[in-house]
Design a protein around this ligand. Structure first.
Ligand code: ATP
Length: 235
């Protein structure tokens, strides 16, 4: 289980996270929704050690992650698919996937995971030798998810996977997230697409200007009046 307690992050004078707490139980899908600038990306970046918190604790299966280098957090099974995909445009699809496994030495395991990624995303297999920079936005998102899967994560964290994608591709990405979860990977998802994020979530949190303001099962938050007004464009 991932446990975040009283986590604070400052960027200079900006208090971006003001003591947030959340839990991600093994095997679940948890969504964190909120407006632009609420602190969603900062939360994920702090969990993987890409920004240094000014206070609070993050633990994974009881072990504190605070202070560990990102690579050591990833090697414990906690992996982030960053916003904007960040695939290597001049490398091929296959090379990008191989890089995802750079810290592993179990060749048969790596080969099996590559096969699994191509099973999830047959389009990537068709484009295995193509440069990643020539892929569509949706394909680059698939590749970013595939690369993360090559680390064999136990917890997959995704920063706005639907950003800038056509509705059909968004649906496909969310279907794959469900499938990945069914295979035993725990998921923490942040999204501006609140509807899709709440529909898929066992548990969800609303973040507003650095604080958690609501928490409950995804389906319950979908019915919540304040959530419907603020995030689902209703009423
Ligand atoms: P978005 O969906 O736009 O990424 P978000 O909810 O993920 O929004 P964050 O990116 O975490 O929000 O930003 C939270 C706050 O921290 C915002 O006020 C933002 O301007 C500020 N911030 C984020 N990164 C930095 C940085 N590197 N330096 C200074 N301020 C930052």
């Amino acid at each position: 289980m991932l446990k975040v307690e009283d986590l604070s992050v400052h960027y200079g004078g900006i208090h971006a996270l003001q003591g947030i707490g959340l839990e991600v139980k093994d095997g679940s899908i948890v969504s964190l929704i909120g407006a632009n600038g609420a602190g969603k990306s900062t939360t994920l970046r702090a969990i993987v050690g890409l920004v240094k918190p000014s206070g609070g604790r993050v633990s994974w299966n009881g072990e504190p992650l605070g202070g560990l280098p990102t690579k050591d957090i990833v090697s414990r099974g906690v992996c982030l698919v960053p916003e904007g995909r960040h695939v290597f445009p001049n490398l091929t699809v296959d090379e990008n996937l191989t890089l995802g496994a750079y810290a592993r030495s179990d060749k048969p395991g790596i080969a099996a995971d590559r096969k699994k990624v191509f099973g999830f995303f047959p389009r990537l297999e068709q484009r295995a030798t193509q440069k990643a920079g020539t892929l569509s936005g949706g394909e680059q998102q698939m590749l970013a998810v595939g690369r993360a899967l090559m680390t064999r994560p136990k917890l997959l964290m995704m920063d706005e996977p639907s950003l800038g994608l056509a509705p059909l591709i968004v649906k496909m990405i969310f279907d794959i997230v469900r499938q990945i979860n069914r295979e035993g990977v725990t998921v923490l998802l942040i999204e501006q697409n609140a509807k899709a994020a709440l529909e898929i979530a066992d548990d969800a949190y609303v973040l507003e200007t650095g604080r958690i303001t609501l928490h409950g099962p995804g389906r319950a938050l979908l019915q919540d009046d304040a959530v419907r007004r603020a995030y689902l464009g209703e009423g």
